[in-house]
Design a protein around this ligand. Structure first.
Ligand SMILES: [Zn+2]
Length: 446
């Protein structure tokens, strides 16, 4: 059976490229936006699903540029009192990832993908770790996100923290996953998964491991996805290893290149920023996580001023990225003593940097509503109460869209949620399975 077309009519369409259609329509065909416009929508035949947006905002789906889907089963875990970032890593996350089974990984990724769809996130850039179940884990994450039709880049967080054997297994898992992607991508232009070479952070990576990672990057033509100077611990440990900052070490080793993602960049100085800019990689700002772990505030404005393209992620705090976008938009104002600070930069992060990053991964236009772009579209449960035009659509996004629930999520031209109802999953069964698994998982950790 032919895939049905979708016509979204009567929308307050914010295209994400400066254009708006206050009474707009979008026609989706074969996973792409085939036509769009304002006023009267085209008449369509039987093979078209018509969605009346009822005047609500219609937007490109959000991109979460860094998350950890494996964190989902930790919600509410009584992990005890932890003060430093090192304690948070050792007392919670590294314990958790060493205790995960493949079933936990699958269910956790499924929960995260559901949360993404409900939050209007249509692309997740995931950084996976499960040192209790390495081999097959990227397959489990892939299966979970594919079942729900979420666009995703996936990688395994290679590290030396669990010994050489585990490191070798993580390298092998990365290679197997990237090899499997080649076949899928070649046979299906609409394949929604991509991969990177994941690395934990300079402080848990030996030179030998960095060389192995670089080899994988070269073989498969992908970038690295790596935490950089998230906490001062990474800076201190890296200086001990080689006398350099984490950014300088990773640039010198060739790990940070134009396809790579430098996550966090909290403890970077002006020299690091110059090096990151020269390497041509992206940075990803995760303000909620940085505040939650008390690691500091990333110099987001200095990175932007230094010409580094910065996107926004959540670092596993949630799959939805709205809170982090909103937080990024206000966090840097007091330090700058400027109520307008970060306005343009956060808009750029959401509307330009993240779409550019993901479009490069997928080889098509993602994160914008325009003819020929990927049909990743959301309908938000809010309508503009004031004039909406090309000049104020970011204001409508910050003060309206980000506060509202998402009604409908379409990814690659397929309806994944409509009127708050998930299309492809029994959520009650999922919750029941997750509660059982998390109970067992917590017993293994605490
Ligand atoms: Zn992270």
């Amino acid at each position: 059976m032919n895939e049905k077309k979708i016509l979204i009519s009567n929308g307050s369409v914010i295209c994400g490229n400066g254009k708006v259609f206050p009474k707009g329509w979008i026609l989706i065909d074969g996973g792409k936006i085939s036509r769009m416009g304002s006023s009267k929508p085209p008449s369509c035949g039987e093979n078209t699903i018509v969605l009346d947006a009822q005047g609500h905002y219609v937007m490109p789906g959000f991109i979460n540029a860094h998350t950890h889907l494996y964190s989902q089963l930790a919600r509410g875990i009584p992990a005890g009192r932890m003060k430093s970032f090192g304690q948070v890593l050792k007392g919670l996350w590294w314990k958790l990832d060493r205790a995960l089974t493949l079933e936990d990984v699958y269910v956790s990724a499924t929960l995260g993908a559901v949360e993404a769809i409900k939050s209007g996130v249509t692309t997740v850039v995931d950084h996976h770790a499960s040192y209790g179940a390495i081999t097959g884990s990227l397959g489990a994450v892939s299966e979970a996100v594919s079942n729900l039709g979420v666009r995703a880049s996936i990688c395994f967080e290679i590290s030396d923290r669990c010994g050489k054997g585990a490191r070798d297994e993580a390298v092998a898992e990365t290679g197997l996953y990237l090899e499997s992607l080649k076949n899928h991508q070649a046979s299906d232009p609409r394949f929604l998964l991509r991969g990177m070479v994941g690395l934990h952070a300079s402080m848990t990576l030996s030179d030998e491991t960095l060389e192995q990672a670089l080899e994988l990057m070269e073989i498969f033509g992908v970038g690295a996805h790596v935490h950089v100077a998230e906490g001062i611990e990474d800076v201190n440990a890296t200086r001990k290893i080689c006398g350099l900052s984490p950014a300088a070490r990773l640039v010198r080793k060739g790990i940070l290149n134009p396809n790579s993602l430098a996550i966090h960049c909290v403890h970077v100085d002006e020299e690091d920023i110059k090096l990151i800019k020269k390497a041509g990689c992206y940075a990803v700002h995760n303000p909620s996580s940085n505040l939650n772990n008390a690691v500091g505030v990333a110099p987001f404005l200095a990175l932007c001023r230094g010409g580094v393209p910065v996107a926004i992620g959540t670092d596993g705090m949630s799959s939805g990225v709205a809170c982090d976008i909103k937080l990024a938009s206000v966090l840097h104002k007091p330090g700058a003593l400027d109520a307008q600070a970060a306005w343009n930069e956060v808009e750029g992060a959401v509307r330009f940097v993240a779409p550019h990053m993901v479009s490069g991964m997928f080889g098509c236009s993602v994160g914008v509503l325009e003819k020929g772009a990927a049909a990743d579209v959301i309908i938000v449960d809010d309508a503009p109460p004031t004039l909406l035009d090309g000049k104020n659509s970011w204001g409508h996004t910050i003060f309206g869209v980000l506060n509202a629930r998402v009604r409908t999520t379409i990814i690659d031209g397929k309806i994944r949620m409509h009127d708050f109802q998930m299309a492809d999953i029994d959520e009650i069964s999922l919750s029941n399975a997750a509660r059982k698994l998390s109970k067992r998982l917590w017993k293994r950790i605490i």
